[in-house]
Design a protein around this ligand. Structure first.
Ligand code: PBG
Length: 333
């Protein structure tokens, strides 16, 4: 920026902070429930509403309870939801993810039936919740090391997305960090006639310690090793630009940076460089830290949460996935 500012005492930045209404007029970033996507966890059963210990106020829900939860959030002004499934059974290839009667497919149909086009439904597209080994795709041996077989996983990923769209998904959001996943999904959706279904790609997803509570919630921790052969090294920024560029070239309509708080610089760089809709995922560990410190009385939960979400928006995120969505919607009423 060039500096058109006269020096003090002509310039006094405090003038614009002197009145609350004036502060509102000059505020650069806004936060509304319409910017938020609430992640929800669905599991088999009826009347199940099981609180996730490390994520207070968040639950594993059976389909009927999930429909109620969506209805309540909708009343607060939240319109968009991400679904994660905890299936009845797991196997080596995560086959239950592809069934028309799979848990997420059931959740999509029931929610669509209850609320029609008044909600936007965005299932997470991945296999870690459905495989018995907890990795995000099919495994193979490569040079003596067991690893996720990228290209074999692409085929079932496209199938999973088609199945979810048939069940009522508005947008699909692949989170497995497989190379070529966006292109494979685009081809699969187009071949099935779903040319208008957008893809929100988890384009820059880091191998992060901040996913800890989620893995309990989704019952999806890897049973051996970690996700470092597919998720990104937290030390890398240029590589995120490459991942985003590749996903956009393959047809991604929106891109995500995940986690959010340790990666605000990445959000900013992606927004400035690509000028496309950017989502940021304020992940489970980020949520749990705020809840834990607030429970101890060490921070003001409302103030800190609004500050965090505003900072993610200020960094350049158009939309934020967050477990705070319900609380925020209440506070902003
Ligand atoms: C993978 C997936 C994960 C999250 C969203 N999708 C976990 C992982 O990569 O291990 C994490 C979300 C969170 O921590 O809130 N399907």
């Amino acid at each position: 920026m060039s500096d058109p500012f006269a020096p003090f005492p002509v310039s006094r930045p405090r003038r614009l902070r002197s009145h609350p209404l004036l502060r509102e007029l000059v505020r650069e970033t806004d936060l509304s429930p319409r910017d938020l996507i609430l992640p929800l966890f669905v599991r088999p059963g009826k009347g199940v509403r099981q609180e996730i210990g490390s994520m207070p106020g968040n639950y594993q829900l059976s389909v009927d309870a999930l429909v109620e939860e969506v209805g309540a959030a909708k009343e607060l002004g939240i319109g968009s939801f991400m679904f994660f499934g905890i299936p009845a059974s797991k196997d080596a290839t995560g086959s239950s993810a592809l069934h028309d009667e799979g848990i997420v497919q059931q959740a999509l149909r029931a929610t669509r039936k209850a609320f029609g086009s008044e909600v936007l439904l965005i299932p997470d597209e991945c296999f870690c919740e459905y495989t018995d080994h907890g990795h995000c795709g099919i495994l193979h041996m490569h040079n003596g090391v067991t690893d996720v077989d990228n290209d074999a996983t692409l085929a079932i990923l496209a199938e999973q997305c088609v199945s979810h769209v048939k069940a009522g998904a508005d947008v699909v959001a692949p989170s497995g960090m497989m190379d070529g996943m966006v292109g494979a999904i685009r081809r699969g959706l187009d071949a099935a006639g779903f040319v208008h279904t957008p893809i929100l790609s988890y384009a820059a997803k880091y191998a992060s310690g901040f996913y800890g509570p989620f893995r309990d919630a989704a019952e999806s921790p890897p049973q051996f090793g970690d996700r470092s052969t597919y998720q990104m090294d937290p030390a890398n920024g240029d590589e995120a630009m490459k991942e985003v560029a590749l996903d956009l070239a393959e047809g991604a309509d929106m891109v995500m940076v995940k986690p959010a708080l340790s990666y605000l610089d990445i959000i900013r760089r992606v927004k400035e460089r690509f000028r496309v809709p950017v989502a940021a995922y304020n992940v489970s560990g980020e949520f749990a830290m705020v809840k834990a410190a607030a429970a101890k009385g060490w921070i003001d939960e409302r103030r800190v949460t609004l500050e965090i979400l505003t900072s993610i928006r200020r960094a350049g995120a158009d939309m934020v996935l967050t477990y705070h969505a319900r609380d925020v919607a209440k506070w902003l009423r």
